[in-house]
Design a binder for this molecule. Structure first.
Ligand code: 5GP
Ligand code: MN
Length: 339
């Protein structure tokens, strides 16, 4: 793995201009990794542009440089870096259909489901991609400052839901200590990312929760376009809802089905440690982590529900059989920003 990191270091040290790309519907880890790397490389004179197909969510606009994101692919950069993104579909509309790698495409990601679509792929399991960026910046000998540290700590905090996921190991906590020592404010970041909900969001959640289903250890809700229109909410209003569902004692898996437009449904999955929702998401064309994953389906809401619930049932039955009839445990804290 460190071979890839060394190659990335060499590429970045030789580059004058770098484009750093975050995934669609960006979260704190995508934005924090992109900005943390950009600010670090700028300290050594590299010209960096940050890009994302979608807008930076309001809860992340406190990050220095968050207003700089452009929705474009490469123009004249010498190297491209895609962070926290497991496949090219997650790069979104800015990814050219006839993408040719005229310059090296570097992938830095912590998703085990990563499809290694870059020329150099540094994919290693960590609580957040921001940890990999910190490791890279440190080996490049770039001194940390409060700006870099704030960006990177934000990704670690959002991907661990405030240090509550099982991915929060000693290394993740050590990273947090390093970043706080470098000047990041834990309290300011926690407030910015976890006290950012609007009352409209809660109205959407209310509509969804009024029709909650719990069957065979799977808890799920759906949010239709009609629901969003009724309360005047953006599709991003469901962020955190799957985390909330995952706190229900009798559920092993939590699912939120969200209709983005007619015939397109986004699926957000959370699970207890026994169930691997990344495998289920991957089989449906998505990806993620064992206990927090997702996919995008070209289907109506009822079709998406049938597809995902069947896939989950099958996966959970296989697991139960393999484990000799395993006991049911509550869904653990395992997800991303929110709740
Ligand atoms: P969330 O449910 O918070 O949107 O996402 C949970 C995890 O699943 C994140 O790590 C995210 O990157 C991943 N994920 C969510 N949706 C998709 C998707 O459509 N495709 C892929 N590859 N990963 C996804
Ligand atoms: Mn991440």
């Amino acid at each position: 793995m460190s071979g890839a990191r060394e190659q990335i270091q060499t590429l970045l040290e030789g580059a004058e201009r770098v484009l750093i790309v975050a995934h669609i519907e960006p979260d704190g880890d995508a934005i924090g990794s992109a900005l943390g790397l950009a600010w670090a490389l700028r300290r050594r004179g590299t010209l960096c542009t940050v890009a994302c197909a979608d807008e930076v969510p309001a809860s992340l606009r406190f990050l220095p440089g968050s207003e700089e994101f452009v929705a474009r692919w490469r123009v004249d950069e010498d190297v491209m870096v895609v962070v926290d993104t497991s496949d090219t579909a997650r790069i979104g509309a800015i990814y050219p259909e006839d993408a040719r790698h005229e310059v090296p495409l570097v992938v830095i990601d912590h998703h085990t489901t990563n499809l290694r679509y870059g020329d150099v792929n540094w994919v290693e399991e960590r609580a957040a991609t921001c940890q990999l960026v910190l490791e890279l910046v440190t080996t490049m000998g770039i001194p940390l400052d409060d700006v870099i540290a704030t960006c990177l700590l934000t990704g670690l905090i959002t991907d661990t839901r405030g240090f509550r996921t099982r991915s929060t190991d000693a290394h993740a906590l050590q990273t947090a200590v390093t970043l706080v020592n470098a000047g990041a404010s834990l309290g300011d970041i926690m407030d910015a990312v976890f006290r950012s909900r609007s009352s409209t969001m809660l109205r959407v959640w209310g509509l969804a929760l009024s029709d909650v289903h719990l069957e065979d250890g799977v808890i799920w809700v759906s949010v239709s376009q009609e629901d969003l229109e009724r309360v005047g909410a953006a599709p991003s209003a469901t962020e955190g809802l799957s985390n909330l569902l995952s706190t229900v004692r009798d559920a092993e898996v939590a699912v939120v089905f969200r209709e983005l437009r007619p015939g397109v449904v986004d699926v957000s999955l959370r699970s207890a440690p026994r169930v691997d929702v990344a495998a289920v998401a991957l089989s449906l064309g998505g990806g993620g982590h064992r206990q927090a994953a997702g996919c995008l389906l070209e289907a109506s809401l009822p079709e998406a529900q049938a597809l995902v619930l069947n896939a989950l049932r099958q996966s959970m039955t296989e697991k139960t059989t393999a484990a000799g009839g395993g006991t049911r445990r509550g869904v653990d804290d395992a997800g991303h920003s929110g709740a």
